[in-house]
Design a protein around this ligand. Structure first.
Ligand code: NAD
Length: 356
């Protein structure tokens, strides 16, 4: 990939997963990257600071729903491929205010597909055959599982939250642009990610930060909902494998084979903070069960065997080691957290009722 001067256009590269992808592409693979990000509350240039001094890295602040701007960026930078991550990504916020999710995840993805197609159709034969539009999505589009079974590439779409519905819509658009216009689309669906630089509104960094500060640790309802966790660096390697080796029109699922109840994750974080930053109070004693999330999905789990076989990808970071490193990262990176939270989010409960 590194041999082509044309950049990979990454949308949402100032967010959690996008910034990990940008760091990987620029610093580890020597690949030119154009990062296009609107810098919403969740996007921060500090997250890509390590890569930003490289001549391979370019940044453009832009909204994927702005067709004119996206068209201009395609013309100015002539990317070899697109990896599309820009999204509103927090289920709780989608309950409070779904409009932004429809605008960015649905209308924004549509706009990007349109502009990518226009650009792709005008490429010369070789560049056109190399071009890929990789759409990054979530396993939440498949809805909730009971105690048994796992999602596969053939699972039906049954999104339950406004977030999941907006991502499902964008998956369908991506697929339709492949089927109708032959745009070389690849779709990936991944389980819950964790790791450094995740905005401290999501379960793991939120609870880690609260435990470090000695604050109450909220657990939604019984806490017995099950999520499958994948370290962000494993997801990033999967995205790159799908870009390089994936079949056009294909779907690839990534999961960590690390199912945990939310309660057990919170307990594990509490124990890690006790160990890494000892205090007189056991952090487990700070756990409080609070009102459940409306429509909270019971369980997600991924069967990634087809992806392992076709892409030769597998998760490498064991959850216990990855969680320990992540908690340590949040202990060591207060300055990043303070900066990204300042004036944007105070750690309070989101996603319980519809705002007026
Ligand atoms: P994030 O919220 O941390 O980052 C999203 C980024 O998109 C931010 O930098 C934000 O500024 C940018 N953005 C938002 N609206 C934009 C717009 N209109 N135009 C341009 N940029 C915009 O999200 P994340 O957790 O890094 O997730 C990235 C992608 O991966 C999303 O598409 C998400 O659905 C998907 N995904 C996330 C997970 C997870 O566990 N976090 C799991 C599977 C899939």
């Amino acid at each position: 990939m590194g041999e082509h001067a044309a950049p990979i256009l990454v949308t949402g590269g100032a967010g959690f997963i996008g910034s990990a992808l940008v760091r990987h592409l620029v610093l580890e693979r020597g690949c030119a990257v154009l990062n296009v990000d609107a810098l919403t509350y969740a996007g921060h240039e500090q997250s890509v600071a390590d890569a930003s001094s490289s001549p391979l890295y370019r940044f453009e602040r832009g909204d994927i729903a702005d067709a004119k701007h996206m068209a201009a960026l395609f013309q100015a930078y002539r990317p070899q491929s697109v990896i599309h991550l820009a999204a509103e990504s927090h289920v709780d916020r989608s309950i409070d205010g779904p409009a932004d999710f429809i605008r960015t995840n649905v209308v924004g993805s549509f706009t990007l597909l349109e502009e990518a197609t226009r650009y792709w159709l005008a490429l010369d034969r070789e560049a056109r055959s190399r071009f890929r539009f990789l759409h990054v999505s979530t396993d939440e589009v498949f809805g909730a599982l009971g105690a048994e079974g796992r999602f596969t590439e053939d699972s039906p779409y049954r999104p339950n939250s406004p977030y999941a519905a907006s991502k499902a819509a964008s998956d369908h658009l991506a697929r339709a642009w492949w089927h109708t216009y032959a745009l070389p689309v690849i779709v990936t669906n991944c389980s819950n990610n964790y790791g450094p630089y995740q905005y401290p509104e999501k379960l793991i960094p939120l609870v880690a930060r609260k435990a470090i500060a000695g604050l109450e640790l909220p657990v939604y309802g019984s806490g017995l909902q099950v999520r499958d966790w994948l370290h962000v660096t494993d997801h990033v390697r999967g995205i790159v494998a799908a870009l390089e080796r994936g079949t056009v029109g294909g779907t690839y699922l990534f999961g960590g084979d690390s199912e945990r109840t939310n309660l057990s994750v919170v307990q594990q974080i509490a124990d890690l903070v006790d160990e890494l930053s000892p205090s007189d109070t056991s952090r487990r004693s700070l756990i409080r069960h609070v009102a459940d999330r409306p429509g909270h999905d019971y369980r997600y789990a991924i069967d990634a065997s087809a992806t392992r076989e076709s892409l030769g990808w597998r998760a490498e970071v064991a959850f216990d080691a990855g969680l320990r490193d992540t908690v340590r990262w949040y202990l060591d990176n207060d300055a990043w957290c303070d900066e990204v939270l300042a004036g944007r989010y105070d750690g309070s409960r989101l996603g319980r009722v519809m705002s007026a």
